[in-house]
Ligand binder design. Structure first.
Ligand code: ZN
Length: 415
C-alpha cells in the first residue's frame, strides 16, 4: 500500500473522532508527513481500512527509514504526537461527551471508551471471569499491566504526578494523549478518565483536581452518591482512607465500573431497622467481609445514615479491634460503594480495620492474575486469605448484632 493511503486514513480517523473538520485534512496530512520526515511528494488517497494503531506502526517504520527517529525515546514521542492528533482537544472532547451524555449517559461512556481505545490510553479490554470458591462466587481478571495508575512521585515538579491535570497536552512526549472529562462534584473540580489496564468493564477513575489529604468525610459520601446518580447502573467505589499514605496530599480518586462484582451480587444475611431511618433497607450481606447495604429511594437519607455509620465506626471499640491504636491513631475505616439501579439508590459500607491493608478490588471479590501466567489458583487463595483475615467481625458473628444495636442506640439519642 502506498504511504499516502495510510496518511489519508489516519487523517480520516482524526476527523471522525470530532477534533477536526474536513477543511483540516490537508493540514493534518502534512503534520503527519512532517512528523515522519517525508520530503518527497505523496498522493493522498482512500483505500486503507486499517485501525489507528496499525497505521501508526507503519508510520513509525517510515520515520525510522527517514532517520526521523533513532532511539526508543524518540519513538515514544512520535507515537504520542500521532495519537494526540487522533484525539480531540480537551474542550471538544468534553463538549462531545456532554452532548452525548444529555441523550444517554451510556452513549457518552461508549464515546469515551472508543476514543481511549483508539488512542491507546485504554490498552486492553477487561474480561473478568467468575469462579466458584469456598467463599462463594468470586471473580478474577487477567491483565497485562497493573491497574494502579501512576502514583505521585516525591520529586517530580511538573507534572507533579501521573494523575495531575497538568499531564493534558504535556505528557504527549511520554506517549499518552492525556484527557479528562471535567465535572463538578459538590463544588470541587474532578476529571473522568478510563483505567489503562481495566479490571472490570468500564473501569473508570474520577480524580479530584487538587492534591489533598484523603480522610473520608460527609463530602466523600456525598460525592459517591452524586456520581452514582450521574451514571446509573455504574458502581462508584472508594478505598478505605487508612489503607494508604492518607496524610500526604494526593488526589482523591473514586473508581467506577459497570460489572457484577461479587460484593454487589450477594444476598442478605440479616436485616435491620434503624430508628429514625425506617424507610431505609439495612442489610448485612452474605459475604466474607462484613458489608452493610443501605438501600432507599432518597439519596439524601443515605447520605445522612451513611455518614453517621462511617463516623460511629471510627470510634467504636470492637472486642478484638479497638477504635484507636496505642499511639492514638485511628484504626477503623470504611470502604464504600454507591450504585443507582432504577429508582433505588444503594450504599455499601465495608467495615475495615487499618491493620488489614488491601486494595479495593480485593474487597470487592476480584482477584488479579498476570496474563501470561497460570497463577489463578494462587491468586484466588491469596484473595480468600485476604478476605477472611480482614473481617474484624470474623471471630464472632454476634458482634455484628452488637454493632447494629450500638448504632441504633446512637441514632435514637441523636448523637
Ligand atoms: Zn497530581
Amino acid at each position: 500500500m502506498t504511504l499516502g493511503k495510510y496518511v489519508y486514513r489516519l487523517a480520516t480517523l482524526a476527523i471522525e473522532n470530532g477534533g477536526w473538520m474536513e477543511l483540516d485534512r490537508l493540514y493534518l496530512q502534512n503534520q503527519i508527513l512532517s512528523e515522519i520526515g517525508v520530503t518527497t511528494p505523496v498522493s493522498f488517497e482512500k483505500g486503507c481500512e486499517l485501525e489507528a494503531s496499525e497505521i501508526i506502526d507503519v508510520l513509525v517504520e517510515e520515520a525510522r527509514k527517514h532517520e526521523k527517529i533513532h532511539h526508543a525515546k524518540e519513538e515514544v514521542e512520535l507515537r504520542g504526537k500521532l495519537y494526540d492528533l487522533l484525539t480531540p482537544p480537551p474542550a471538544v472532547f468534553n463538549a462531545y461527551f456532554s452532548q452525548l451524555y444529555d441523550k444517554d449517559p451510556e452513549r457518552a461512556f461508549q464515546y469515551l471508551e472508543k476514543i481511549s481505545y483508539e488512542n491507546q490510553t485504554l490498552k486492553e479490554k477487561a474480561e473478568p471471569k467468575y469462579l466458584e470458591t469456598q467463599l462463594g462466587q468470586l471473580m478474577y481478571t487477567k491483565t497485562n499491566g497493573t491497574y494502579e495508575e501512576n502514583i505521585p512521585t516525591e520529586n517530580a515538579k511538573y507534572p507533579r504526578c501521573g494523575l495531575c491535570f497538568e499531564n493534558e497536552g504535556y505528557n504527549v512526549n511520554g506517549g499518552a494523549p492525556f484527557r479528562y472529562i471535567r465535572m463538578n462534584l459538590q463544588g470541587e473540580s474532578f476529571g473522568l478518565r478510563l483505567v489503562s489496564y481495566p479490571l472490570w468493564n468500564e473501569h473508570s477513575l474520577f480524580v479530584a483536581q487538587a492534591h489533598q489529604t484523603l480522610m473520608h468525610s460527609r463530602k466523600t459520601v456525598d460525592q459517591l452518591l452524586q456520581l452514582a446518580y450521574l451514571f446509573p447502573g455504574h458502581f462508584i467505589a472508594c478505598d478505605s482512607d487508612l489503607l494508604v499514605d492518607s496524610l500526604r496530599p494526593q488526589h482523591v480518586v473514586y473508581q467506577g465500573g459497570k460489572d457484577d462484582v461479587p460484593l454487589l451480587m450477594r444476598k442478605e444475611k440479616a436485616t435491620f431497622t434503624l430508628r429514625g431511618y425506617e424507610e431505609v433497607d439495612v442489610a448485612i450481606l452474605d459475604y466474607p467481609l462484613t458489608v452493610c447495604r443501605l438501600r432507599a429511594k432518597e439519596g439524601a437519607t443515605l447520605l445522612n445514615l451513611g455518614t453517621e455509620m462511617m463516623q460511629q465506626w471510627r470510634t467504636y471499640d470492637l472486642e478484638n479491634s479497638p477504635a484507636f491504636k496505642e499511639n492514638g491513631s485511628l484504626n477503623h475505616s470504611v470502604m464504600m460503594v454507591a450504585q443507582k439501579e432504577e429508582e433505588m439508590m444503594s450504599l455499601y459500607l465495608c467495615f475495615l480495620a487499618s491493620d488489614t491493608p488491601y486494595a479495593l478490588h480485593l474487597a470487592q471479590g476480584l482477584g488479579v492474575a498476570a496474563i501470561h501466567g497460570s497463577l489463578i489458583q494462587e491468586e484466588m487463595n491469596e484473595l480468600r486469605m485476604a478476605l477472611e483475615n480482614s473481617d474484624p467481625f470474623q471471630q464472632n458473628p454476634r458482634w455484628i448484632d452488637e454493632w447494629m444495636q450500638h448504632l441504633d442506640n446512637r441514632l435514637e439519642r441523636g448523637e
